[in-house]
Design a protein around this ligand. Structure first.
Ligand code: KG4
Ligand code: ZN
Length: 367
């Protein structure tokens, strides 16, 4: 292991932290002051690279990241009017994600931190998504709060407290909520991504028209499950003679009933978590947070139960480096440091990051 020349062990007041995110098909860099104030943010997307293939091609993603990484970091520093020597720390996404994509950002970050003697920390991508809500919420969203991550790859509840890492309260046992939207959209003959397409079609339908199961409603705990609901929609379509036999209003009713079942199950789990944690605020993040029905039902539940639901703006919900700088600042301020032996892991639960096993914030004391 190469020893890292660190400028200082503790961060100054109002630290300037550079964040780097490259877990999928976005190369992003951002500078954040005090973990809250966006000084600069640069993103290089790859939509044009993958469009001909109908999905992200991992090898093409990492090759494009190699070309972009130094330019994107330079752009973020330039926009901030800062030199590397002005920074107080560096945070980089260490996982989960596409391993080739992760390695580009991680290798660049290690070299950059080493060359500039910066304290350096690897961030769990989902912790970034959670903490993004704090940047958006300003002083209104200080820990403790409950975070609900609902994306194409994840559906999970966390408690974000004063400790370094969020504590996972529950997660999906099979499909993520966004994945279910995408699969049901396909069953209904709609294009990818399915969430927005289902939402649009659902506006013409009746959410009570089709009796669909409410996943996990009879189970204790805070886990989710969506594959049974997707199967129920599939069975219903088959029972009606297949997709070709459905008219527009039947498709709209199925879309509306499915959307209602997902929103109801997410809100029911969220309410249970809020009661269990005696929490007053919930941050809802990830692509499915764009869903209008989920938003209105969560706000309604909040009004009834006495909690506030916070939905960050979409530019902070989709992948970005502001969220990585925010989560990284939080970790660095609590004394968490990584060294150059940090590796990219494709899947690491937030509370059990093996690379931090020897840190003060070790698994079991992460709360
Ligand atoms: O967080 P995200 O942008 O990407 C990752 O999963 O990493 O989430 C994308 C997911 C997709 O499954 C998409 O169908 C879903 O979010 N989504 C929605 C809506 N907009 C996007 N689901 C329901 N309603 C929406 N309006
Ligand atoms: Zn993400």
């Amino acid at each position: 292991m190469i020893a890292q020349a660190s400028r200082s062990d503790s961060l100054p007041e109002a630290p300037l932290v550079l964040g780097i995110e490259s877990s999928c098909d976005e190369m992003a860099a951002a500078v954040l002051r005090s973990g809250r104030t966006i000084v600069s943010s640069a993103i290089h997307g790859q939509a044009g690279v993958h469009a001909p293939y109908g999905g992200v091609v991992p090898e093409l993603a990492s090759r494009d990241h190699v070309r972009a990484v130094s330019h994107v970091v330079e752009a973020a520093l330039h926009e901030a009017g800062l030199a590397p020597a002005d920074l107080d720390g560096l945070a980089v996404t260490a996982g989960p994600g596409l391993v080739g994509s992760l390695l580009v950002g991680l290798s660049f970050a290690k070299a950059f931190a080493y060359a500039n003697g910066l304290p350096f920390v690897g961030v769990h991508h989902l912790m970034g998504h959670l903490v993004a809500a704090e940047v958006a919420g300003g002083e209104d969203l200080a820990p403790p709060y409950v975070g609900l991550v609902v994306s194409g790859g994840h559906t999970a509840l966390y408690r974000v407290g004063e400790e370094a890492l969020p504590l996972q309260l529950g997660e999906t046992r099979d499909d993520a909520a966004g994945e279910a939207f995408d699969k049901v959209a396909k069953l209904l003959g709609l294009a990818y991504p399915g969430g927005p397409a289902i939402s649009k079609l659902a506006q013409q339908g009746d959410p009570r028209a089709v009796d669909l199961p409410r996943p996990m409603s009879k189970r204790a705990g805070l886990d989710f499950s969506y594959s049974g609901l997707k199967t129920a929609v599939s069975v219903e379509i088959t029972r009606r003679g297949g997709l070709e036999s459905l008219d527009e209003s039947e498709r709209a009713d199925l879309a509306a009933s499915f959307e209602a079942a997902v929103a109801e199950s997410l809100v029911a789990r969220a309410v249970r978590a809020m009661r269990q944690e005696s929490a007053k605020r919930i941050a809802v993040v990830g692509g499915v947070a764009a869903n209008g029905r989920l938003r209105s039902e969560m706000h309604r539940a909040g009004a009834r139960e006495g909690f506030e639901a916070i939905f960050p703006p979409m530019e902070l919900c989709t992948d970005n480096a502001v969220m990585i700088a925010a989560a990284g600042t939080r970790l660095l301020e609590r004394g968490v440091r990584d060294d150059l032996s940090l590796e990219a892991f494709s899947r690491v639960p937030i509370g059990e990051a093996p690379w931090r096993a020897s840190e003060s914030a070790a698994p079991g004391s992460l709360g």
